[in-house]
Write a protein that binds this ligand. Structure first.
Ligand SMILES: Nc1ncnc2c1ncn2[C@@H]1O[C@H](COP(=O)(O)OP(=O)(O)O)[C@@H](O)[C@H]1O
Ligand SMILES: [Mg+2]
Length: 220
């Protein structure tokens, strides 16, 4: 291979790297900022409706909105620090998921449970993949399902970790769920990159269960 070919190969690799990185950042933006703002907007809209009729409920909504904004700010700062320094996220995944699920229940007014078993340590890549998947599945349950109950389960084994998000909502026909929205498509992509498996079980009227299984490898 001559120098010109080598340099064009290097450039192609570099371009692919930049694109993958942009993709990753676009996904992170969708999963953190967009969803955080959507949650805050939802609470403010509810507060607007209650302002005239139920000032106490309105006050509670605004307090929830402030709490979500503070959590979002903290997450944004963590993300900025992570991008800047490559630091791992300081919290364990069960702790972060617990907060996320509680916040979801509060914002949506539904029963939301979280359970975790096994160890809490996870390589950074798996941590991010699972966290983003949980955020997207919860956002979908909130936006599309009309569920009254959502259960999130995390189970960490020696060689693999599984995460399950199920709702008792209206469900959907899951045969064309891969390409439609940015959300599920992004989840498929992240899970495939991590060498894992994703299944979306859903049927009209029968709720939805999103299940991820990731192999645990790499540095702990
Ligand atoms: N938990 C769920 N309950 C009902 N429908 C869902 C659920 N999750 C996803 N869907 C359906 O699958 C579609 C694709 O989801 P997604 O890829 O996240 O895109 P988006 O949320 O942007 O529409 C949604 O528009 C919705 O019709
Ligand atoms: Mg979505």
């Amino acid at each position: 291979m001559g120098p010109a070919e080598l340099s064009s190969l290097c450039r192609a690799h570099h371009d692919a790297g930049v694109l993958a990185e942009r993709d990753r950042i676009a996904l992170e933006l969708h999963d953190t900022f967009a969803q955080g703002f959507a949650g805050i907007l939802l609470l403010i809209q509810a507060a607007e409706v209650e302002l005239a009729t139920d000032p106490a409920a309105c006050g509670r909504r605004l307090a929830s909105a402030a709490r979500t904004a503070r959590e979002n700010l903290r997450e944004t700062r963590t993300m900025v620090a992570t991008f800047a320094a490559g630091d791992p996220e300081p919290e364990t995944l069960p702790a972060t998921l617990g907060t996320l699920v509680r916040r979801f229940g509060r914002e949506r007014g539904v029963t939301a449970t979280f359970s975790a078993s096994g160890g809490t340590d996870l390589p950074y890549e798996q941590h991010v993949t699972l966290l983003r998947a949980a955020q997207e599945a919860l956002a979908n349950a909130g936006r599309h399902s009309g569920a009254s109950r959502v259960d999130v389960r995390l189970s960490r084994g020696d060689t693999e970790v599984t995460l399950e998000i199920s709702d008792d909502g209206r469900g959907f026909t899951a045969d064309d769920d891969r390409g439609q929205g940015f959300g599920l498509a992004g989840m498929w992509r992240r899970v495939a990159q991590a060498g894992g498996e994703l299944s979306v079980q859903s049927a009209p009227g029968a709720g939805t269960t999103v299940r991820l299984r990731l192999p645990i490898m790499g540095r702990q």
